[in-house]
Write a protein that binds this ligand. Structure first.
Ligand SMILES: Cc1cc2nc3c(=O)[nH]c(=O)nc-3n(C[C@H](O)[C@H](O)[C@H](O)COP(=O)(O)OP(=O)(O)OC[C@H]3O[C@@H](n4cnc5c(N)ncnc54)[C@H](O)[C@@H]3O)c2cc1C
Length: 377
């Protein structure tokens, strides 16, 4: 006899949302995480994450993003604190590159409001972007998405956890799951406290999913990544100046960042690259070469920021081969739902991932089309 309707392994971005949605549907939920609440050892820390809808990665994500936006709005209302900050996002790159054509395609297919600009117009609107290298790219275009912005990442996780508890979920941190297995129609999950039995299981172990799912034919690659905060030497880069989030497709990789927020500084990171690691470890060693690339990017494209580093933090991307997520039931184990391989662009989706995982676990199917995100695609 199951003592829980559902167990969720991993209470980070996706798992906290899954625990909330399951509990909100009246399930008796047990959530387990190996680390303490609010830890910075996985993939959901570092103050901010970009959220945008005109998705260059694939237009099929747009309906999921529409739902994600709704859910973030509902969450922040229920939590009583702002989680989503609509600063706008400027994306810049070659007219025939990956980002600009991808954004235009998603916007056209789904009727999304965007504004196309020349790079000169961008530099005129925000002088902070008027870097020496921008002017060299005669073939570049820019797109502005006004409803894009950022999410407060740790607060989003905490909001899901708190509302899950208010809906009667039991959450236990510092409880590593040592093993799980299916038993007939249900599951058994082993921790150092013993065995917990449930009817359904949701696995949302982020960069540890490779271990949790090692015998289920999912190949994930973990990359160590960094985020950097700089104290801008010139004014005009702060959120209160109207400076937006930004994403540049450059000849040396994809770089993105956020306006300066309060006294946190301006955060910037490199989306491409990253160091492959066997599994997450801490502390993160400093990567001088990546820091050099970041400062070279700033010098070329946001020259008023300078190179006064305020803070840096390591994090992990968990990559699938095609960089699309996996959200599905495990083949041959329909009582187990998985959210995995968020591939460095998944936080904005975690609200809807949690809802999809709860639907998979309870109903065996999802309300939205997730065919791009199936196990055996
Ligand atoms: C530097 C950086 C910048 C990013 N920028 C963006 C962005 O701007 N926009 C965006 O949308 N996305 C972004 N992402 C990606 C996004 O943050 C991740 O895709 C997302 O946070 C992953 O969430 P997750 O739930 O899969 O993993 P996590 O949040 O890491 O959660 C996994 C949880 O599972 C727990 N766990 C694992 N194994 C076990 C076990 N055996 N027992 C118990 N608990 C276990 C872990 O302790 C952890 O708490 C970025 C990622 C990084 C690293």
């Amino acid at each position: 006899m199951a003592n829980w309707d559902a167990i969720v392994i991993g209470l980070g971005g996706a798992g906290s949302a899954a625990a909330y949605h399951l509990a909100a549907r009246g399930c008796r939920v047990l959530g387990l995480d190996q680390h303490h609440r609010g830890h910075a050892l996985g993939s959901s820390h570092g103050k901010t994450r970009i959220i945008r809808q005109a998705y260059f990665e694939h237009p099929s994500y747009v309906p999921l993003l529409r739902r994600a936006y709704q859910l973030w709005n509902e969450l922040q209302l229920a939590y009583g604190e702002q989680l989503y900050h609509p600063t706008g996002l400027v994306e810049l790159g070659p007219a025939d590159g990956v980002v600009i054509p991808g954004v235009l395609r998603s916007a056209a297919e789904h009727g999304l409001a965007i504004e196309e600009l020349s790079v000169d117009e961008v530099a005129h609107r925000w002088s902070g972007f008027a870097g020496p290298r921008l002017r060299q790219h005669g073939d570049w275009r820019a797109v502005i998405e006004k409803d894009a912005g950022y999410l407060r990442v740790e607060d989003c996780v905490e909001a899901h956890l708190r509302l899950a508890e208010q809906a009667s979920a039991t959450l236990r941190h510092d409880r590593p799951v040592r093993q799980w297995r299916t038993t007939g129609q249900g599951v058994e999950v082993t921790t150092d406290d013993g065995i917990e039995v449930a009817a359904k299981l949701v696995i949302a172990g982020g960069p540890w999913n490779g271990t949790l799912l090692s015998s289920h034919g999912i190949r994930l690659r973990v990359l160590r990544k960094y985020q950097y905060w700089y104290r801008p030497k010139l004014s005009g880069y702060a959120q209160h100046d109207g400076f937006p989030c930004f994403f540049h497709e450059t000849p040396t990789g994809y770089f993105y960042g956020f306006p300066g927020i309060g006294d946190e500084g301006l955060k910037v990171a490199r989306h491409s690259g990253g160091t492959p690691v066997e599994s997450p470890t801490s502390p993160h060693p400093i990567d001088r070469e990546e820091q050099r690339q970041i400062e070279d990017f700033l010098k070329g494209y946001l020259p008023g920021v300078g190179a006064q580093l305020k803070a840096q933090s390591g994090c992990y991307y968990t990559m699938t081969a095609d960089e699309h997520f996996v959200v599905d039931l495990i083949p041959n184990a329909p009582q187990v739902a998985v959210v995995a391989g968020l591939s460095g662009h998944g936080f904005k989706f975690t609200s809807v991932m949690g809802e999809l995982a709860s639907q998979l676990a309870i109903d065996g199917e999802t309300m939205l089309d997730t065919s791009l995100l199936r196990f055996g695609r």
